[in-house]
Design a protein around this ligand. Structure first.
Ligand code: NDP
Ligand code: 2IT
Length: 448
């Protein structure tokens, strides 16, 4: 790390004790910015680095609700409005028991640079709650979402802050959240949330966008080597929104996807994942991934979490699409040993710092989440455009825009990596390109 960045990093650690995921995300970005501050000392003079690490606003609130047994439950809600240099705060909400301030800040920090890379006018934010939706009835989820929005509504708006989904927050939850916002404010403000249903302001392609975009980014990387997905063996982790559509597009490009997972373990299906069965089990029934194996039969096998790693399965393209730090150094070594060609992060920060270094040293094509999974938020911005013009676009038009945006992000990352002397380093390219645009906007807008 550049010597001038070191004291800023130490101050961030001292100011944010115990927030290890946030520090990991800051370190990853700072690790790329040495050549930028060497060329642009005015960014240091204006304390852009210190400012970019300090959220503009952090909201933490109580979320009381009543479960099906009539018991009162209390959760903690968060919204971190990190940076509005480029547009209204934009980023998802995560409902998962592991959510605490450090997770929300890591996600919000990543979102600043990701949103910048999309080329759309959106700032960075993130939120969520330590609520566990697993095993909860629709009624419980609805009451939780209504209580969450009863506080959140005063902080958001189409020109202020526009939440969307993330882990544990999909179409069902966005519906309950939107309904409560509309009821409290008495406004049909479509642009306040994205990921809405198609008949009430949602955009075609938003559901598919993150997974499709991740595969498109990987396709662009493979193309630089004259290669493509056709006939490749692909490993995907997760079985949620991102994973399912990553599997779908990879399969339609001729790849055989052989894995999927959830928090209980992973399945290895050497004949190729049957997406209809996976969707039935995970999307419709909200069940456990082991049910896939029961229904699929054949050579499909389930491995319980902790018994072995999904990344031990030999593969040519790895797409981690579940959660942060799910692919560690040992996993990366195994993937390299088995001849992996490309890794594209569908999830946010799924690869540990050690894992990233191992891929880079082995010359594996490696796309960081803030570039590879930006298709989701980019399509959210397209949803906001449609809402602003009270219009709705066709699937083909919207998916063409998404494909162009992903190619644009790929090329921007590659060009910045070249310009700053690290050809082929998509981590450096993404961090540098994402940062410069935000930093310049902050400089132009004065000390705020
Ligand atoms: P979903 O809730 O739809 O799916 C999450 C998947 O990951 C599930 O299979 C879940 O298993 C698994 N998972 C979650 N937490 C853990 C954990 N701690 N350990 C093991 N498995 C876990 O979320 P998404 O698909 O939307 O999100 C997946 C990733 O993609 C996240 O990192 C998210 O931040 C990122 N992302 C999402 C975008 C979007 O548009 N949705 C956009 C960009 C990034 P289980 O069913 O057992 O909980
Ligand atoms: O991490 C992400 O980019 C998301 N969860 C999507 C955010 C959004 O606003 O669509």
């Amino acid at each position: 790390m550049h010597e001038k960045l070191q004291p800023v990093r130490e101050a961030v650690i001292a100011r944010n004790p115990g927030e290890k995921e946030f520090i990991q995300a800051v370190d990853e970005v700072f690790g790329s910015l040495g050549p930028v501050v060497a060329r642009r000392p005015e960014l240091l003079d204006a304390a852009i680095l210190e400012r970019i690490c300090e959220p503009e606003r952090q909201i933490i609130f109580r979320v009381p609700w009543v479960d099906d047994q009539g018991r009162t439950q209390i959760n903690r809600g968060f919204r971190v409005e990190f940076n509005s240099a480029l547009g209204p705060y934009k980023g998802g909400l995560r409902f998962h028991p592991s959510v605490y301030l450090g997770i929300v800040k890591f996600l919000g920090f990543e979102q600043i640079f990701k949103n910048s890379l999309t080329g759309m006018p959106i700032g960075g934010g993130k939120g969520g709650a330590d609520f566990n939706p697993s095993g909860r009835s629709d009624g419980e989820v609805m009451r939780f979402c209504q209580s969450f929005m009863t506080e959140l509504y005063r902080h958001i708006g189409e020109y202020t802050d526009v939440p969307a989904g993330d882990i544990g927050v999909g179409g069902r939850e966005i519906g309950y959240l939107f309904g409560q916002y509309k009821r409290i404010t008495n406004r049909y403000e479509s642009g306040v949330l994205t990921g809405k249903g198609l008949s009430w302001g949602g955009s075609l392609v938003r559901t598919e966008a993150t997974g499709y975009g991740t595969v498109e980014f990987a396709r662009q990387m493979l193309k630089t080597k004259g290669d493509d997905f056709d006939g490749k063996t692909v490993s995907v982790s997760g079985s949620g929104n991102v994973a399912i559509y990553a599997i779908q597009l990879a399969q339609s490009l001729g790849a055989k996807v052989v894995t999927a997972s959830d928090s209980s373990g992973f399945v290895h299906d050497p004949d190729g994942i049957d997406l209809d069965i996976l969707r039935e089990v995970k999307e419709v029934e909200r069940g456990r991934i082991n049910d896939y194996v029961q229904r699929r039969g054949g050579q499909a096998r389930f491995t319980e979490v902790g018994k072995a790693s999904l990344w031990e399965v030999p593969t040519q393209v790895a797409l981690p699409c579940a959660t942060q730090n799910e692919l560690n150094g040992a996993d990366a070594r195994k993937l390299v040993e088995n001849g992996v060609l490309a890794v594209a992060e569908g999830a946010n920060m799924p690869t540990t710092t050690e894992g990233v270094h191992i891929f880079q040293e082995a010359d594996v094509l490696f796309a960081p989440g803030k570039a590879a999974n930006a298709g989701g938020v980019a399509t959210s911005a397209l949803e906001m455009q449609q809402n602003a013009s009270r219009d709705s676009w066709t699937f083909d038009y919207t998916s063409t825009r998404l494909t162009e945006i992903m190619k644009g992000i790929h090329d921007t990352c590659a060009a910045h990596a070249d310009e700053y002397g690290q050809p082929g380093n998509y981590v450096a390219g993404a961090n540098i390109a994402g940062f410069i645009k935000v930093a310049d906007a902050m400089l132009a807008q004065g000390v705020i």
